[in-house]
Design a protein around this ligand. Structure first.
Ligand SMILES: Cc1cc2nc3c(=O)[nH]c(=O)nc-3n(C[C@H](O)[C@H](O)[C@H](O)COP(=O)(O)O)c2cc1C
Length: 136
């Protein structure tokens, strides 16, 4: 993903959520949250510390723009893609602004997420850039 999207205009840095806390949002940047869903509609183990720290610290994220690429499985009908939904709801609650729609990958569809990711991300990035231009 870094290689596919990094160009002269955009510098992409992929970070694992392991060990991150809410301070990761203290920078001028555009964030793409990529998360699956485990348990009963929970964020995965490696995202829990970040998610819980955001809930606890409740930072003002009104300067943050983000997107969500969520992974899940429609077989879990009641909680389909709730990992991404949880981050989306929380970031919005903290004042951040989502760019584009939340992507909801369905593992039961047989399509691999990496087949969709680059194309989806390019469109998402284009939408974010348009937003930037509009704000200038
Ligand atoms: C124990 C377990 C619980 C899961 N719970 C959910 C769920 O509640 N909702 C959902 O949409 N997907 C659920 N999934 C499906 C995963 O999110 C999905 O397979 C995803 O593609 C896994 O991504 P990963 O391999 O990158 O971790 C669950 C999978 C497992 C193994």
């Amino acid at each position: 993903m870094e290689l596919a999207l990094d160009d002269g205009e955009t510098r992409v840095e992929a970070r694992l959520m392991d060990g991150l806390d809410s301070a990761v949002f203290n920078r001028e940047s555009l964030f793409l949250i990529c998360t699956s869903t485990y348990g009963q509609g929970d964020v995965p183990d490696n995202a829990r510390a970040l998610y819980e720290d955001l809930q606890k610290q409740r930072p003002d994220l009104s300067g943050v723009r983000y997107g969500v690429f969520g992974l899940g499985d429609r077989t879990y009908a009641e909680t389909f893609n709730f990992g991404g939904k949880r981050f989306d709801d929380l970031l919005t609650e903290l004042g951040a602004r989502r760019i584009g729609e939340r992507y909801r990958h369905d593992a039961s569809s047989g399509v691999l997420p990496e087949e969709k990711a680059v194309e989806w991300c390019r469109e998402w990035l284009a939408a974010a850039r348009e937003g930037n231009a509009a704000a200038v």
